[in-house]
Design a protein around this ligand. Structure first.
Ligand code: SF4
Ligand code: SF4
Length: 193
């Protein structure tokens, strides 16, 4: 591989081009297709949810890109983790049973991920929701909630052992050293520099 074309060199040179699929986005066909398209477009990194199925879908896209790109160098495959509350790690949810039948469904209209059906009753399709939060304020009945989640440290070790990952992104924040240490203790054995 030409070092000047490597993802690491791009990072060091400040011309890093990363696809962020979304730390919460788990729509597998879309993850695969995005990984494929951005790989062919020359992305340095494909960043997906720390979910074995999402990682496998992205890896499948990279493999297809390798074939179609005839040896073109591939982006790193990265997974995003969090060690506590983080707006990237959340999903919207509501109970569609509580929606009036004549609601014009502004939540569905505004959703950029088509995670809420427009033309039929139904709630949030969790795999598509990447937690952008756009739908929350538009519900006239304030039925939509945001559900945050934190990466479970115990689930990470097998993920690192079994997945074709090149890099991790850890979302942390000031004041959460204990949470960071817990996560790092779980992943450090599987991380190589
Ligand atoms: S608009 Fe709501 S349902 Fe759609 S992706 Fe954003 S948070 Fe999820
Ligand atoms: S805007 Fe509120 S009431 Fe209307 S469909 Fe969406 S969640 Fe239901």
């Amino acid at each position: 591989m030409n070092a000047y074309l490597s993802p690491l060199h791009a990072l060091e040179a400040g011309r890093w081009f990363k696809l962020i699929c979304g730390a919460s986005f788990q729509h597998l066909p879309a993850v695969r297709n995005l990984a494929l398209a951005y790989s062919l477009a020359g992305a340095d990194c494909v960043d997906v949810a720390a979910d074995p199925a999402a990682i496998a879908a992205a890896h499948s896209g990279l493999e297809a890109a390798q074939v179609l790109g005839a040896g073109k160098r591939l982006p790193w495959l990265m997974a995003s983790l969090n060690d506590g509350e983080d707006p990237h790690f959340r999903k919207a949810e509501f109970d569609p049973e509580h929606c009036p039948p004549d609601c014009p469904r502004p939540c569905a209209v505004i959703c950029p991920a088509a995670a809420i059906p427009r033309d039929r009753p139904g709630g949030v399709e969790a795999a598509r929701c990447y937690g952008c939060g756009r739908c929350l304020p538009v519900c006239p009945l304030q039925l939509i909630r945001s559900r945050s989640y934190t990466t479970a440290p115990a689930a990470i070790a097998p993920l690192l052992r079994d997945s074709p990952l090149d890099a991790l992104e850890i979302h942390t924040h000031i004041g959460n050293l204990a949470g960071f240490r817990r996560l790092w203790a779980a992943i450090a054995p599987g991380v190589s520099a």
